[in-house]
Design a protein around this ligand. Structure first.
Ligand code: IVH
Length: 675
């Protein structure tokens, strides 16, 4: 063999070996070599390719990471719509689903079900053409996703080539193992970045990053659960999962075939029992009709297939010791007791703090310092202490009483009539000032992301800023005096603050925080006033009347706006903001009377594919009205993912129809929804 031929053969062998090790490590979770041995193989491959660049083909494992930085993510149409799954938390509803499936099929059909974990990550579509990974995308709105091929190539459990010639369109989920998330979060905290709340956020965020080199450093894993080509690929769903695994593709390998309801409930119970031992998070199980022809007969609704349902598990709980209780003061002055816990893993993160809400809860639970407590995390919400193990007490536990003075400024606390919360009445309390500034700079308000928590803390502690209007007097010279603040960062802060002057009045009113006035109401108020100058020109004794006339404003809101505008301190604040030229007039949509949504009212909730403000704007532009909450007369509740049960209950109570983003889109296009 020539020297060239020898190099080529060794290179091909290395490619094969590295792929095989990736497969064993990332797919089978069963590495055959140590990390060092693996690294040595990759090094050898790289140095060969450096000497002989023609060896560096598309499929070489060294070619997983491209150096191309992207400006944005291209939108791509999915080969077939990526539907979502109908879901339930109740066994009765699951039985109902099984009955509907039976009724939908020819009498006497013996139905086979496949029960499998519902992976809690980010959905993806991956295309293999002629055996090569050619393209991948996020779910997006189900019809169009964002093209993230380069990012997906960095996921080492996804083979770059497979032994399958036909076109293959895979569906699956990108997840992060719990143990990997812990490591990422440790590193983030050490670097001063906020930790990810859960593996799903970390996975979804990572996939949409613009720099594949950064994505490559994130320990993402793909798990595929379906194929669009259906029957051409395998005779039924469970056979699809098996064939995917045979091709070396990563699957969850936890499917269970069931024939009876009893078997299904048994399988669900088993998964729930074992889930803590899974390396990744799941949020339930998916029950699917296994046969593709039965799936075809059952068909789909506008949103979901009729042949599958997700059965979700309730909130996760854990027990741990409560070491201490500290009291935090928020931007409204409310005192919140927070439990400091022995760190405990819960729903994908390590929990060391949990809310105790208020003194009534502490008393109701009879929580004492030193107790073993049960903490619960439901959805995205901050963990809460929900129970105490009184049998585990030793007698050394110490009762806790709320302070009578603000723990930050020492002012005597007050309790407003009809409220449980204690409040610090001192508006100059550093905790209140800090909280107000952070709220003001949030994305949904004035969006000044250069104002991080530690910077605000310093600004307040050093008396540089004592309200949000002071932000506009900040200069580079003043800022560079602070700790850890270079000239460049100082310039960025000043530029960020300056840019916030261009936000609309509605965002400013959200930012200053008027009690009972949410984002939607703030925009309505801003539209009624036109501009900040207009608002300040309102005659004080007419405010109540003016505001009460805004659709959806109840007396409580009108009262709160009146109180805000007649309060000396708040008024001065608005005047000072006006003097600094902060905010622009709120645009009022002129077509509002006659659009396709005129006469309809909406409440938008849950995690959506678009920014919530954009959805609100689209509804208003089409003549619809938007409210922060579901109330009597609300026509539609637009529900994204992870919708809170309370919103759904309210919708049920008021007869409000629950629709998804897809259906909203159709309404916006002037279509009517079938009953
Ligand atoms: S099957 C037609 N199987 O759940 C529906 N989906 O609401 C096909 N998901 O974002 C979906 N684990 O990415 C299916 N084992 C599993 C799943 C799963 C997680 C996600 C999916 C989608 C959501 C559906």
């Amino acid at each position: 063999m020539t020297a060239e031929g020898k190099t080529g053969a060794r290179h091909a062998q290395l490619v094969r070996e590295i792929h095989a090790h990736d497969y064993r490590y990332y797919v089978l979770d069963d590495p055959a070599v140590t990390d060092r041995q693996y690294d040595a193989l990759v090094e050898e491959l790289k140095s060969m390719e450096e000497k002989e660049p023609s060896l560096r083909t598309q499929d070489s494992p060294s070619n997983r990471v491209s150096g191309t930085l992207r400006g944005d993510l291209r939108s791509v149409k999915h080969v077939e719509r990526m539907m979502s799954l109908d879901n339930t938390y109740s066994e009765a509803e699951l039985s109902e689903f099984l009955r509907r499936v039976k009724d939908g099929l020819r009498a006497g059909t013996e139905v086979t079900f496949c029960v499998e974990p519902k992976l809690d990550g980010a959905s993806i579509e991956v295309l293999y053409r002629n055996g090569r990974l050619t393209e991948g995308s996020t779910r997006g709105d189900g019809e169009y996703g964002e093209e993230i091929s380069e990012n997906l190539r960095t996921i080492r459990s996804l083979p770059l080539t497979i032994a399958y010639d036909g076109p293959l369109t895979l569906r699956g989920e990108v997840v992060i193992y719990r143990r990997d998330l812990e490591k990422i979060n440790e590193a983030r905290v050490a670097a001063g970045d906020p930790p990810f709340a859960n593996p799903r956020n970390a996975a979804a965020g990572s996939l949409r990053m613009m720099d594949p080199r950064v994505v490559a450093a994130r320990p993402l894993r793909a798990l595929m659960y379906g194929v669009v080509e259906g029957k051409k690929f395998a005779p039924c769903h469970s056979a699809t999962l098996e064939r995917l695994a045979e091709l070396g593709l990563p699957t969850h390998r936890r499917q269970v075939i069931c024939k009876t309801a009893e078997e299904i409930f048994g399988a669900i119970g088993d998964v729930e029992k074992n889930r803590a031992g899974y390396p990744y998070e799941i949020d339930g199980v998916v029950v699917k009709v296994d046969s593709f022809s039965d799936q075809d007969i059952l068909g789909t609704t506008a949103k979901f297939p009729r042949w599958a349902i997700a059965f979700k598990y309730g909130a996760e709980q854990a027990n741990t010791r409560l070491r201490n209780i500290v009291v935090q003061v928020g931007r409204t002055g409310a005192l919140t007791p927070v439990a400091l816990l022995d760190p405990v893993p819960l729903a994908g993160t390590t929990v060391s703090r949990a809310s105790l809400h208020n003194s009534d809860i502490i008393e109701g639970l009879d929580v004492r310092i030193g107790d073993i407590v049960t903490v619960q995390k439901a959805g995205e919400i901050i963990p809460q202490v929900i129970g105490v193990d009184k049998d585990a007490r030793t007698g050394d536990e110490k009762p806790f009483a709320m302070p009578t003075a603000c723990p930050v400024c020492g002012t005597a606390v007050e309790r407003r009539e009809g409220e449980v919360a204690l409040r610090c009445p001192n508006r100059r309390c550093p905790a209140i000032v800090k909280g107000s500034i952070i709220h003001y700079s949030r994305r949904y308000a004035m969006d000044i992301d250069q104002l991080g928590e530690s910077l605000v803390e310093q600004l307040v502690a050093k008396n540089v800023v004592s309200d949000v209007a002071d932000l506009y007097d900040l200069t580079v010279e003043k800022l560079v005096e602070l700790e850890r603040m270079g000239k460049k960062s100082a310039e960025n802060v000043v530029a960020g603050v300056l840019a916030s002057k261009e936000r609309t009045l509605g965002r400013l009113l959200t930012g200053v925080g008027i009690e009972h006035v949410g984002q939607v109401a703030a925009v309505q108020l801003a539209q009624a006033a036109g501009s900040l100058a207009g608002l300040l020109a309102w005659e004080v004794d007419k405010v109540h009347e003016l505001v009460d006339g805004i659709a959806g404003f109840g007396p409580k809101m009108a009262e709160s706006v009146t109180a805000f505008l007649t309060d000396d301190v708040q008024r001065k604040l608005l005047e000072r903001l006006h003097a600094r030229d902060v905010s622009r007039p709120e645009p009022v949509q002129s077509s509002a009377e006659s659009g396709p949504l005129s006469g309809m009212s909406f409440c938008v909730t849950g995690v959506l594919t678009q920014k919530r403000e954009d959805v609100h704007a689209a509804i208003r532009a089409a003549g619809g009205t938007v409210h922060d909450a579901v109330k009597k007369g609300t026509t539609y509740l637009v529900a994204g993912e992870k919708v809170g049960k309370s919103k759904l209950d309210l919708a049920k109570k008021h007869g409000t129809k629950v629709i998804d983003e897809e259906q909203l889109k159709r309404l916006l296009q002037g279509e009517t929804l079938e009953a």
